[in-house]
Write a protein that binds this ligand. Structure first.
Ligand code: ATP
Length: 352
């Protein structure tokens, strides 16, 4: 694949603190990659480097095969939508959206059509003549989105761009934004704290941890096969138990935990400290290939499924049970099991 946007070996320090370390990210044209990670892991800094607002200490950025590492922001054809949308207060909604197009000296008819299209996308068609001062925060955020989209840059960067919107509008916008980005063929990098948003919108998700990309994968792979204990804990729920490998053979490892032994298909040297994990939907309240014992501490009915909380030797685990079935009362001792094939194993030090 010829990358449309390519970030290679990018590092950045602020003083003595490394904020980005050897970042590699190659994106196809039209792809949407989300940067997901805890506060301070370097997401915004990476966006700023791509936009040209922060100069990296080392590394190379290429857009459509052209080295843009030293180009100023306005020559990169990269649009940015920040959370603190800087709108022009003296212009109306349409004026704000038209701003970049006028700067580029596009013909009036084309500007009008682009502004109309962008405003319709963000459901602000009816407010084109409103001064932006007279809009709510969520509406202003949508104007900022429309402004970035209107110039149809080849790369658009979104920093928590939907976070200020209420849940319903955010979900609508997620779908519509995804459709529009496909339509205009823009490559997009999205920063969000919201893992659901990341899984819903992205072609691939980059899980960032302390200035590095821990895993770069499509949402399904990330969920089913997290590469590290950190990626596991950051995306979705999981049962997690610390343990020690006591035996290993060609089929995997046997792990001793505080509440019993379990088998996993990944092989580690005996004596290795590990984290054993599985997703709640693989756990059943019956003996399985792996079986542990605990006490029910809570039951939550969620419509199409129920979640049973189990205390196993101090570790709290969730079992997600489909459909309607008789559920044990809190306080009941239970055996619970799950398949060996769905058992994940990580070196313990990766969890930190
Ligand atoms: P958040 O989710 O909270 O926005 P983030 O993952 O986007 O976090 P960054 O904003 O990229 O993280 O910041 C990463 C680290 O770099 C933080 O520790 C931050 O304090 C530091 N940092 C960012 N910008 C600067 C700067 N201009 N000077 C010094 N340190 C900075």
């Amino acid at each position: 694949m010829a990358a449309h946007l390519s970030v290679r070996g990018v590092s950045k320090r602020f003083g003595a603190t490394p904020v980005l370390t050897d970042i590699d990210l190659r994106m196809a044209r039209g792809e949407l990659v989300t940067l997901l990670g805890p506060s301070g892991c370097g997401k915004t800094t990476l966006l700023r480097v791509i936009a040209g607002l922060t100069q990296p200490d080392s590394g190379v950025l290429e857009l459509a095969g052209r080295d843009i590492t030293r180009l100023p922001p306005y020559r990169r054809n990269v649009g940015v939508v920040f959370q603190n949308y800087a709108l022009f207060p003296h212009l109306d909604v349409a004026g704000n959206v038209a701003f970049g197009l006028k700067l580029r000296k596009r013909p009036k008819a084309e500007i009008d059509a682009s502004v109309k299209r962008a405003l319709e996308l963000v459901h602000l068609g009816a407010l084109a003549d409103r001064p932006v001062r007279a809009l709510s925060g969520g509406q202003q955020q949508r104007v900022a989105l429309a402004r970035a989209i209107a110039v149809e840059p080849s790369v658009i960067l979104f920093d928590e761009a939907l976070s200020a919107l209420d849940r319903k509008l955010r979900e609508t916008m997620q779908g519509e934004l995804r459709r529009l980005l496909r339509q205009i063929g823009a490559t997009a990098v999205f920063v969000t704290h919201d893992q659901e948003e990341a899984l819903t919108m992205s072609d691939r998700v980059a899980v960032m941890h302390r200035g590095r990309i821990d895993q770069l994968a499509d949402p399904r792979t990330l969920y089913d096969r997290p590469a590290t204990a950190f990626a596991l804990s950051f995306v979705g729920q999981s049962l997690r138990l610390p343990g020690t490998v006591v035996d290993a053979d060609g089929d995997g490892s046997m792990v001793e935990t505080a509440v019993g032994q379990v088998r996993a298909p990944r092989r580690f040297l005996p004596g290795s400290p590990v984290i054993v994990a599985t997703r709640p939907e693989h756990v059943r309240l019956a003996e399985g290939e792996n079986t542990l014992h605990g006490t029910v501490t809570g039951v939550t009915f969620q419509g199409s499924r129920s979640v049973v909380e189990i205390d196993a030797g101090g570790a709290v685990l969730m079992a997600e049970l489909p459909g309607r079935q008789a559920l044990p009362d809190p306080g009941t001792p239970v055996s619970f099991g799950w398949p060996v094939a769905e058992t994940l194993l990580f070196p313990a030090e990766e969890a930190a």
